[in-house]
Design a protein around this ligand. Structure first.
Ligand code: A2P
Length: 345
């Protein structure tokens, strides 16, 4: 028997939160109520989305009472504070922040890759980093067919991944430059308009950034493969929406590019766009608003006989965040065992 669900959305006013609303509506998620939550700053604010209008409430520990599940996209501090409260009260949380991702009690899930990990959930489920989600969704069919020993990736990441303020900063700096005005900046350490920043998130002790280390550690956890070697360079580029990635992989045994393309074509959630002679390859402008991951430029690595190279693009706010979270929510409601009772935290 089907029923409708009461869904909480913490961070409803943010860049990802707004996209979660679009996804719930576009994907026909069976909801009877959406409780839009944010900070006190936004209390009373009206949000319109394709399903109607919502009034935002300030989150409190009682906000999750009576909800069937919640999606969080309000940053690490809010997730740390409220996810255990929601889970204890019987409202499982799909969390977009990085706070719980490496916690052993918390599954880190890309539905096409490791949906089975949901079986062990204890009320908090983590949505991976946007760059990791699209990379692993694309690599999974190859990983299953021939194994992957090593991944080297360079990302070209859109500003919307940083949040709504960063989108405004790129727009404003572009306007300022065209008007020969002094460029102001608040969000990024350097100008982002007409520039590339080889820094996404803060630097760690080993010279890599946190974003780069997320790609290493999340790949290992999601594939359940602590030995897979990953090295990333993450770059912020002046694109509003859509992350792109150049990815080199070393496979367990040799795989011809044509065979790899065939595997990718058959995989759910992937779109192969690979006709270079016709000028067709994945681009962020074509991925915006789409839930699929786009793969192209599949070719042999000239520097390694078991190497393949490809170009992977997705809408970072959709498959990289909101759509992946809503897909996890869809799996939760499909199996009553996954939604029951409350959890200890
Ligand atoms: P608010 O709009 O009230 O500040 P973005 O990723 O685009 O920066 O959005 C962040 C989202 O997280 C916003 O909806 C923001 O709400 C919300 N948020 C940030 N910090 C908190 C907090 N401590 N409690 C509740 N919501 C928060």
């Amino acid at each position: 028997m089907s029923r409708d669900y009461k869904v909480g959305l913490l961070g409803a006013t943010g860049a990802v939160g707004r996209e979660v609303l679009n996804c719930l509506e576009d994907r026909g998620f069976p909801y009877s109520e959406i409780r839009a939550l944010a900070s006190e700053r936004s209390a009373g604010r009206k949000l319109s989305f394709p399903g109607g209008e919502l009034t935002v409430a300030a989150v409190t520990p009682k906000s999750f009472q009576g909800l069937d599940l919640a999606i969080f996209s309000a940053g690490a501090a809010a997730s740390r504070e409220y996810a255990p409260i929601a889970a204890r009260g019987g409202c499982p949380v799909v969390d977009n922040s990085s706070f719980w991702r490496q916690d052993d009690r918390v599954p880190l899930v890309v539905p096409e890759v490791n949906a089975q990990a949901l079986r062990q959930h204890r009320g908090i489920i983590a949505n991976p980093n946007c760059s990791t989600i699209q990379m692993l969704a694309a690599l999974k069919p190859i990983y299953d067919a021939v194994g992957i020993r090593r991944i080297v990736v360079s990302t070209y990441q859109a500003v919307s991944g940083t949040g709504q303020k960063a989108v405004e900063e790129l727009a404003e700096q572009t306007r300022q430059l065209y008007n020969l005005q002094e460029v102001t900046r608040e969000v990024y350490p350097h100008r982002i308009a007409f520039n590339c920043l080889p820094q996404v998130d803060v630097f760690t002790d080993n010279g890599y950034t946190k974003e780069e280390m997320k790609m290493v550690n999340e790949t290992r956890k999601i594939f359940g493969d602590p030995l897979i070697k990953v090295s990333a360079t993450c770059v912020r580029v002046p694109v509003f929406h859509g992350h792109s990635e150049a990815v080199w992989i070393e496979t367990g045994r040799r795989l011809e590019p044509g065979a790899a393309r065939e595997l990718l074509r058959r995989a759910p959630g992937l779109m192969v766009v690979d006709e270079p002679e016709a000028g067709r390859y994945p681009m962020p402008i074509d991925a915006v608003g789409r839930d699929e991951v786009f793969v192209g430029r599949v070719r042999a690595d000239l520097s390694h006989e078991n190497g393949l190279v490809m170009w992977i693009v997705a809408d970072n706010l959709r498959k990289g965040a909101a759509a992946n979270a809503v897909e996890i929510a869809e799996l939760l409601i499909r199996d009553p065992e996954l939604l029951k009772t409350s959890w200890e935290w």
